[in-house]
Ligand binder design. Structure first.
Ligand SMILES: Cc1ncc(COP(=O)(O)O)c(C=O)c1O
Length: 414
């Protein structure tokens, strides 16, 4: 049989070096790419087990937690969200989702697929929840789990979380936080804020590729999951007793088996995604070497520079500014300007990617991200300069140079 392989498919991989200034993914820190090119190892190699232990310790530092079960799920961010839900929630359990954007909807969707009784409360896109509203819903619904985003990238909003964990503990509710887009861009001290589970990703503020998701889990949450522990045939130790709880209805995302795999017992599960583990380890090292406070300040500075530039360019920033994510900024697309044409010109002429959003905001806002490796002065100034040129071509009314001057002034003030 002859298979027709087009010549283009045989050409060498050589993507244009884009500057990724959208809502993520972003450009990886070159150190991460170098770490990923290290030679492969098997997951039972003593060197590799040490890298796994290092990675756990590093992410305890990132998450500011002592949680023993701090590890990585092989898959993109939603794989970690799904792993936790499918392993914790049983059909008929109540799950409350506090949704303020598309990624709140994602958690409701996953919980429904797991068979939970799901109640979704919504905050208008561009706003976040008042904690009293969440408390009233918890009282009325008595959920097993409350799930929400810290930062919902689709709306660029950041839910304040400092009080939420304590509130959930008072009511006997577990709290699952999706910090895919906010982890390492803004504070998230997991133990101090009493959060049972946080899931993250590398491709935003951690300056790495998507494909592996760091997570941290409280002992209380793990106890519930471990009651459902059923070890796969062929791996069962002599003293094996299956958990009393219902079997977790997935093999790949079975958190009990994944915990066993990461433990000193090293029970086999999947073949580790070696290069992704190297990436996760390097991302955490880079973050911790710079330090929590310095990284958060770098993201906040980039945010101030971008907002100030946009306002100087006669553009309107989207959403409640008091609760804006520092690493992503939404901008109303001005009347008479083609949002798609602007994004295409940015990409085709300047090699800069910016985003739009989803659902009701699709085509109505742009989103500019400055996060991780790209939360840098040069990346921000280059993006603003290009946007000014493109918007002038669209006959948007503003003073040429005002945006770039405003952004530079913020950086000069520091
Ligand atoms: C807040 C949030 N949650 C979940 C996801 C899903 O992540 P992934 O595409 O890595 O599965 C994203 C992706 O952008 C996100 O921003």
């Amino acid at each position: 049989m002859t298979t027709l392989v087009p010549a283009s498919a045989l050409s060498e991989l050589n993507p244009l070096p884009r500057l990724l200034m959208g809502p993520g993914p972003i450009n990886a820190d070159p150190r991460v790419l170098r770490a990923m090119s290290a030679q492969l190892l098997g997951q039972f190699d003593p060197q590799f087990r040490e890298y796994m232990r290092d990675t756990q310790a590093l992410y305890r530092g990132v998450f500011e937690t002592t949680n023993a079960q701090t590890l990585c799920i092989d898959g993109t961010a939603r794989s970690a969200i799904e792993t936790v839900m499918v392993s914790l929630v049983e059909p008929g359990d109540r799950v409350l989702v506090a949704s303020f954007g598309r990624f709140g909807q994602l958690k409701a969707e996953i919980a429904r697929r797991v068979g939970a009784e799901v109640r979704v409360i919504e905050a208008e896109w561009g706003t976040v929840f008042d904690i009293a509203r969440i408390e009233a819903e918890i009282r009325a619904f008595s959920p097993k789990l409350l799930a929400c985003c810290q930062g919902d990238t689709s709306t660029t909003m950041l839910q304040p979380l400092a009080e939420l964990g304590a509130l959930c503990r008072r009511h006997g509710v577990m709290l699952q936080v999706d910090a895919t887009a906010s982890l390492c861009g803004t504070p998230l001290p997991v133990d101090a804020w009493q959060i049972d589970c946080v899931t993250g990703a590398l491709q935003k503020c951690l300056a790495g590729p998507s494909g592996i998701a760091p997570i941290t889990l409280s002992d209380a949450l793990c106890d519930v999951v471990m009651r459902r522990r059923h070890i796969e045939e062929g791996l069962r130790p002599a003293d094996y007793r299956p958990g009393a709880g219902r079997i977790i209805p997935t093999n790949y995302f079975d958190l009990a088996m994944i915990i066993d795999y990461w433990s000193e017992r090293a029970l086999n599960h999947h073949t580790e995604a070696t290069s992704m583990l190297y990436a996760a380890r390097e991302c955490a090292r880079i973050f911790l070497q710079e330090g929590h406070a310095a990284v958060y300040a770098r993201h906040a500075l980039a945010s101030r520079a971008i907002v100030s530039a946009l306002e100087a360019m006669n553009l309107r920033v989207f959403g409640d500014q008091a609760n804006k994510m520092p690493n992503v900024t939404g901008i109303w697309i001005p009347e008479g300007v083609s949002g798609d044409r602007v994004r295409s010109a940015m990409l085709d002429e300047f090699n800069i990617e910016i985003g739009t959003s989803f659902g009701p905001l699709h085509g109505r806002i742009w989103r500019i991200g400055a996060m991780g490796y790209n939360a840098r002065r040069d990346a921000v100034l280059t993006t603003i300069a290009a946007l000014e040129t493109v918007l002038a071509g669209e006959h948007h009314r503003f003073t040429r140079g005002a945006g770039i001057d405003a952004a530079r002034a913020i950086y000069q003030q520091g």
